[in-house]
Write a protein that binds this ligand. Structure first.
Ligand SMILES: C[S@@+](CC[C@H](N)C(=O)[O-])C[C@H]1O[C@@H](n2cnc3c(N)ncnc32)[C@H](O)[C@@H]1O
Length: 227
């Protein structure tokens, strides 16, 4: 297993880098399903970075407790600063999420925003299989990611852009992964099913809400309640 990418030196400029390239769009993608997360009580946020989504989640849901995992201690310090007075409801873990063992078995929310793209498809599959055993039956998994839409926009714009992002993050953080994992296949194989999705920027960005496949519904079709 390769060492995790080192985002420490990006921690203080990460928000600025994002704002100067994608403006508010990544934040919009992260928060697509925020309004659906009010009933959640115990969240696991993996690769949480500087915690801007976590800060919004804490504000939107005053009852939620959050376990935040990131390999970068500097990112976790930024997260604690950003969480402000709500930081007491966040427990941070400086760890490699690929091998970290969650301390709870009843998470009702998992969040991976722009994190799965730091992993290979095999690593996402291993993670999803492990998480399957520590979530509640009604758990939701929120994912934001870059994606390659079909058609000329995908081939001519999205593909070179994603390749350039990988090149830049490879140079800046030592990230060894060079292409987007097939996270959909990995999550489905672990027993999760896609309930809702929203695409932005003509499909370059995708926000997804996954749930566990209901036992009464072995075909893997998402329930009508969520669709
Ligand atoms: C592209 S940033 C995304 C951060 C944040 N989720 C967001 O939406 O901006 C990826 C984050 O994942 C963390 N990371 C990368 N590989 C990791 C791993 N194997 N275990 C834990 N964290 C990791 C990095 O330190 C970084 O904070």
């Amino acid at each position: 297993m390769n060492p995790p990418a080192n985002f420490d030196r990006l921690a203080r400029v990460y928000e600025w880098l994002e704002a100067s390239t994608f403006g508010p769009l990544l934040m919009h993608a992260r928060c697509t399903f925020l309004g659906d997360l009010r009933p959640c009580r115990l969240a696991l946020v993996l690769g949480d970075g500087d915690g801007r989504f976590t800060t919004r989640l804490l504000a939107a849901n005053p009852a939620i407790q959050i376990n935040a995992v990131d390999a970068s201690p500097a990112m976790l310090r930024a997260l604690e600063r950003n969480a402000g007075p709500n930081a007491a409801r966040v427990r941070t873990y400086a760890a490699d999420a690929r091998t970290w063992q969650p301390p709870h078995a009843d998470y009702d929310l998992v969040v991976t925003n722009f994190f799965l793209d730091c992993l290979t498809t095999e690593e996402v599959a291993g993670l999803a299989t492990r998480l399957r055993t520590c979530v509640t039956p009604d758990a939701q998994w929120i994912i934001s990611e870059f994606s390659l839409p079909p058609g000329p926009f995908g081939g001519l714009i999205a593909r070179p852009l994603v390749a350039a992002l990988y090149l830049a993050f490879g140079l800046l953080t030592g990230l060894r992964v060079r292409w987007l994992p097939d996270h959909r296949h990995a999550l489905a194989a672990a027993g999760f099913t896609l309930a809702r999705e929203q695409r932005l920027l003509r499909g370059l960005l995708v926000s997804e809400l996954w749930i566990l496949v209901p036992p009464s519904n072995p075909t893997g079709q998402a329930s009508k309640r969520l669709l």
